[in-house]
Write a protein that binds this ligand. Sequence first.
Ligand code: FE2
Ligand code: FE2
Length: 187
Amino acid sequence: MLEQFIEESFKDLPKGLETHISTVVGIGKELAETHSANAKEVYLASKGHDICRLTPPAVLLELATAFSVPISDVDREIPMLLHGPVGANILAQHMDSFNHSIYDAVYWHTTGNYDLDDVGKIVFLADKLDPVKNTRYPYQRLLRDLAFKNLNNAMKEFLDREIISLVNQGNLVHPQMLVARNKFNGK
Ligand SMILES: [Fe+2]
Ligand SMILES: [Fe+2]
């Protein structure tokens, strides 16, 4: 039922998002093979991770409230940051039995979370490794090498660099990204 819902939602997406999702699915598959992660869960979470990427900000705020997703000041400022948590809850409505790995992977794919399992880390990193994001993440090659060797090292490297970059550009940092970074620090 979840798979059917995800495949249905994938139809009629704008070309850019469709290409991004297909790329994430491809990178996720490679990473899953390398790290012997659950291929089916990685596939479904990768394919469904941006299910709410185009949901309007006001609707994201409404749905987050309806799903009891905690809304930080930064989320209010940038509601797009809620597309993971809201997407995870939408997907959960279509799960025959609740799948924590898929739920968490989608929920935390923007801010990261120390407690993600390998499925979650793979989806998080695959999302950042889409070559279309190479201007945003100029260290993508290094990140890719790390991701294929050690998921935790790659998570830590990304969070460190992303937080520095956000601060340098005068952007807000989501509190959960800091929580994740601090937990990965020194591990
Ligand atoms: Fe996303
Ligand atoms: Fe994405």
